[in-house]
Ligand binder design. Structure first.
Ligand code: ZN
Length: 180
């Protein structure tokens, strides 16, 4: 573990040159914007992230500076179908190439398939982790399969009455079937 690298103020080039790695787990409370996405930040899985620096073509005049990032957490959200809590896993795995400055990043962005960022001696890697995870937050979180039965405590009686009515025509139908 690279003790002399501060993930909040990372010297990206040196990190890549030394092929260093950084890794951390932190509670959601240290990710203010991400925490704002949930009503129950205390129930979130700690955010775990890992970053690895890499220098490609080190013999070249302009070697490529890369940072490979993976991060994950699980956010307690509300299912938009059944309105029950749903834990939504967020996972990202992405590689970034760091170029000289913002202008170069903007100029090369169209051709490059990878994500481009501007080199910095005090790059906030933790903020990048948060940016990337935020992009993974679904607009309408939902269970893949909502838990059965779908219960809505506030309107249980009305809901069950509606269900009973809905079953009624089928009950009639089954009585009309031959052999029944
Ligand atoms: Zn649901």
């Amino acid at each position: 573990m690279a003790k002399d690298f501060d993930p909040h103020r990372l010297d990206v080039r040196r990190f890549a040159e030394q092929g260093e790695e950084l890794e951390a787990s932190a509670g959601l409370q240290s990710f203010r914007r991400l925490a704002a996405e949930t009503q129950r930040p205390g129930d979130a899985t700690p955010v775990h992230w890992h970053a690895r620096g890499e220098l490609l073509n080190p013999g070249h005049v302009h070697p490529e500076v890369w940072v490979h990032l993976d991060a994950g957490t699980s956010l307690p959200l509300v299912c938009q179908r059944c309105l029950h809590p749903v834990d939504v896993p967020l996972n990202v795995e992405r590689s970034f190439r760091f170029v000289a400055d913002e202008e170069t990043a903007a100029a090369e962005d169209d051709e490059a398939e990878e994500d481009l960022l501007a080199l910095s001696r005090s790059f906030d890697l933790v903020e990048l982790v948060e940016d990337e995870l935020l992009m993974e937050v679904p607009v309408a979180p939902m269970h893949q399969v909502c838990p059965e039965p779908v219960k809505m405590s506030a309107t249980d009686a009305a809901f069950e009455a509606a269900e009973a009515q809905r079953e009624h025509p089928f009950a009639v139908l089954s009585r009309l079937k031959p052999g029944k």
